[in-house]
Ligand binder design. Structure first.
Ligand SMILES: C[S@@+](CC[C@H](N)C(=O)[O-])C[C@H]1O[C@@H](n2cnc3c(N)ncnc32)[C@H](O)[C@@H]1O
Length: 243
């Protein structure tokens, strides 16, 4: 399928941002936790980090952002699996989900390691280049235009910082999850192109372990590096605050 056609498919999917926020406020924290615990996504993250942690190039004191942190599946599993102590900043626009995050952190004992801000992934409340590592999971597929979310991640990432993008992919399993959670499914090749256009290079696909094949069939995980060369060439042609 040609790229223009793929883009068109994104456009026809209407996203009602207020409706999404109220869905997560109302049913999110409890139903979401149960649903993704049942599908195995929650437990798969533990093994995902074990397999791929080294690729994230995280050091003690690294500045980490979870965009669309929700109840914190990704963050909590990272904090638990990391061999070094880490802290994470999280942004989400649903008070309900953030309340659920508070409960999850209290249960795990990670309250002092996560700072939370109410905010929109399309307008992150941070200045350019604030983070060494930006991650997002199962959240960007709620944006009317995923490119807005990706460029915000790139804006707040320092040169040579890493971006981990996890989202529901366009597959039969992905569509099943999307029907329940009113999200879009994204095409991995299109997302890869959007990441590259936004200034990310060396984009690689990370797989979930083979014993979580159904998770792999539902979800894409792409990792890339903020490309300082791309940022410098952008700055030469137009004044940019991205680098
Ligand atoms: C399916 S949950 C995923 C939560 C978390 N990342 C995880 O993997 O457990 C999607 C989250 O994205 C948040 N979200 C959706 N659109 C958003 C936006 N425009 N700005 C901030 N958060 C948003 C929702 O409130 C919800 O918490």
């Amino acid at each position: 399928m040609r790229r223009e056609e793929k883009l068109q498919r994104f456009d026809v999917l209407r996203v009602d941002t207020n409706g999404i926020r109220s869905l997560f406020d109302r049913v999110g924290p409890r139903f979401y936790t149960r649903f993704f615990a049942l599908t195995g996504y929650r437990s798969s993250l533990k093994y995902f980090w074990r397999e791929h942690f080294a690729r994230m190039a995280l050091r003690e004191g690294a500045k980490i952002l979870d965009s669309g942190i929700g109840t914190g599946f990704l963050t909590v599993s990272l904090l638990r699996e990391s061999p070094i102590p880490l802290t994470v900043a999280g942004v989400d626009f649903s008070r309900g989900m953030l309340a659920g995050l508070g409960r999850n952190l209290a249960e795990y004992g990670g309250e002092n390691r996560v700072t939370i801000q109410l905010g929109d992934m399309r307008k992150l409340p941070f200045s350019d280049g604030s983070f060494d590592f930006v991650m997002t999971s199962e959240a960007m597929e709620y944006l009317p235009d995923v490119r807005e979310g990706i460029s915000e991640c790139v804006r707040v990432l320092r040169p040579a910082g890493r971006l981990l993008f996890i989202a529901t992919k366009n597959s039969p399993m992905g569509k099943l999850v999307a029907a329940t959670w009113k999200n879009k499914v994204l095409d991995p090749d299109s997302v890869r192109s959007f990441m590259i256009e936004a200034g990310i290079s060396r984009v690689e696909t990370l797989r979930f372990p083979w014993y979580f094949k159904h998770v792999d069939a539902t979800i894409m995980a792409l990792l890339g590096v903020q490309d300082p060369a791309k940022c410098l060439s952008d700055q030469a042609t137009q004044p940019s605050n991205f680098c």
